[in-house]
Ligand binder design. Structure first.
Ligand code: SAH
Length: 566
């Protein structure tokens, strides 16, 4: 719960905007009867995060005596009277105040003020990677920040955000699920790599299940902090011993249908579960159902009272899943790059793209990002590289201008990809839309994009599609319209459209939309000089209803204008 505290009318107005935007997430503390200090103190006790529409000094004085451990104190954000700044005051990482300051800033239009060192320079704090960690995290983070050599020893290729690490250094970041204790100057990150399959008889006590799981991990030299889930059969989804053990471990229970488990090949099947729940294996099969390597075969619990065991477990190391983000950068201008695209770029450890697009966003990348750039043409190879890196378990971003799915990298990449990686698409503003906004409203009714490049498509196919658009009276945006070696296609395509449209049909030509040397021209089918068109350009041809109105190209949403007497 996020506690909201304000003292003035302006503060209350901003507070109400947050409360309205985040229904169910916030609680207002108005200090009814008491002072603002009482309200802050109460919120501090009851909430995990606070937004105070108060001066930082006032809040510091009120909470100073209450502060305890940075792991358990609530995160506190202060917003000034004018709503210009959202200051992360206390609990930047652990308390989530940095994240909250960014969220509040986004909502109120305030600048987030974040002073935590790792966040401020764009390094992820080691404690914010979303993995449990052990060891001297503060010292290693400081070394990373100071640019001292830090070695990465990753036993598991789990998709990590970029870290400026190398192969040698006085400090070490170790990524492992093995129960090796951190040594001096070492931070150990625990990836969620282990799945423990569990079977239990009705009424098996929580302690028996938990002890079994912990013993199995300890004997195998594995860390309990790397357990991602307990897995079992559907029929045991509500078994209190399993649910309770998962709760104590802080992991979810994943369940599978008995038929599904029966189909999993296991080393130690038995008749007992077959009769009870319809599969010859629960623990081993549930652990293996998501794929991976069996590290601990089925073992039974041992009871102090000597009665028969009520629980079984088996441990599997999952195959790490890499992540491929296919990110559209928009037409060029930084403010047409979406916030989501920006997040994905900063999350990726490996960036793959055409050199000129990499240049467009280089300043956004986190230190340590591995950049694989290549020149024009090497499309297939770029797609293959990106997928191969993701398959190795990396967090990869494959970038393209405009939308990465429009005449760009998404389809060659996904044609290569298999289902062993996670794929995330981030849409971008494609050239037709960027140009449309500059021209007016040319796409107000049905429209189509056609690439005039006959590099990948035979000209007959392109021509057939242009003809179909012409006959169907659809607005057309031409991508890849004309290059030095490819100059007859555009006049030919325009001639086909002219068979069905007046010579006076508006045509918009936009070059370098949203880039510093943007230019645009509104002309007609008869008036267009193809020489002004090149590969940095899109050409949008109106339909029979499109008009030039006050210097803008407008296609009406219906055909009403056409019916009116001219
Ligand atoms: N994925 C891109 C398109 C790649 S094809 C997108 O969604 O926009 C390359 C063609 O796109 C260029 O030849 C040009 O016709 C067009 N294009 C891309 N960016 C442009 C821009 N900023 N201004 C004008 N045309 C652009």
């Amino acid at each position: 719960m996020i506690g909201l505290i304000s003292a003035t009318a302006a503060g209350a107005a901003a507070r109400d905007r947050l409360a309205a935007a985040w229904p169910g997430r916030t609680r207002v503390y108005d200090g009814s009867g008491g002072s603002v200090g009482d309200a802050v103190r109460l919120a501090f006790a009851e909430c995990d995060r606070l937004v105070c529409f108060l001066a930082t000094g006032a809040v510091v004085r009120i909470v100073a005596p209450l502060l305890g451990d940075k792991a358990s104190d609530p995160g506190i954000v202060c917003v000034d009277e004018a709503g210009r700044f959202a200051v992360s005051l206390v609990g930047g990482h652990g308390g989530g105040a940095n994240e909250l300051a960014r969220e509040v800033g986004g909502l109120l239009g305030a600048e987030p003020v974040i002073t935590t060192a790792t966040d401020a320079v764009g390094l992820p704090g080691l404690d914010t990677l979303g993995f449990p960690f052990e060891g001297d995290v503060a010292a290693v983070s400081r070394a990373l920040l100071d640019g001292e050599p830090v070695a990465l020893e990753a036993e598991l290729a789990w998709p990590l955000p970029p870290l400026p690490v190398g192969t040698h250094g006085a400090y070490t970041v170790r990524v492992t699920d093995r129960a090796v204790g951190p040594t001096e100057r070492e931070a150990v990150l625990r990836p969620p790599s282990l799945v423990v399959g569990v079977g239990a008889s009705k009424g098996a006590p929580v302690d028996e299940v938990l002890a079994l799981v912990e013993d199995a991990l300890r004997d195998a030299g594995l860390s309990v902090k790397s357990v991602a889930a307990l897995a079992t059969v559907d029929a045991k989804a509500g078994e209190p011993g399993i649910v309770g053990a998962a709760e104590r471990l802080g992991v979810p229970v994943v369940t599978y249908a008995a038929e599904e488990l029966a189909a999993v090949e296991v080393p130690n099947p038995s008749d007992a579960p077959l009769a009870a729940v319809g599969t010859p294996s629960v623990a081993e099969a549930a652990a293996l159902a998501g794929g991976g390597e069996l590290l601990v075969p089925k073992r039974k619990s041992v009871r102090a009272d000597g009665l028969p065991a009520m629980a079984t477990c088996a441990v599997v190391r999952r195959v790490p899943r890499g992540r491929l983000a296919v990110v559209g950068l928009g037409p060029g201008a930084r403010d047409l790059l979406t916030p989501r695209a920006k997040d994905e770029l900063r999350r990726a450890a490996v960036l793959v793209g055409l050199d000129q697009y990499v240049d467009q966003i280089r300043d956004l990348l986190r230190p340590g990002t591995r950049i694989l750039e290549s020149g024009l043409g090497a499309e297939e190879e770029r797609a293959r590289t990106a997928v191969a890196e993701a398959r190795r378990g990396q967090a990869v971003a494959l970038i393209g201008s405009g939308d990465a799915g429009v005449y760009a990298m998404a389809s060659p990449a996904l044609a290569e990809a298999s289902d062993d990686i996670d794929v995330v698409g981030v849409p971008g503003v494609t050239a037709a839309l960027a140009a449309g906004a500059i021209l007016g409203a040319p796409l107000g009714h049905d429209h189509v994009s056609i690439s005039l490049s006959d590099l990948h498509t035979p000209w007959e196919v392109i021509e057939r599609r242009v003809r179909a658009a012409a006959e169907a009276d659809i607005v057309v945006t031409f991508y890849n319209p004309r290059s030095r070696g490819r100059d007859w296609q555009l006049p030919k395509a325009l001639a086909i459209l002219a068979e069905h449209r007046e010579p006076s049909t508006p045509v918009g030509v936009v070059r370098n939309a949203s880039r510093p040397d943007q230019s645009s021209l509104l002309t007609t089918l008869a008036g267009l000089d193809p020489a002004v068109v090149d590969m940095m350009t899109v050409v949008t041809v109106g339909n029979t209803a499109t008009r030039e109105i006050a210097g803008r190209m407008v296609t009406p949403r219906g055909y009403r204008w056409q019916e009116e007497p001219k």
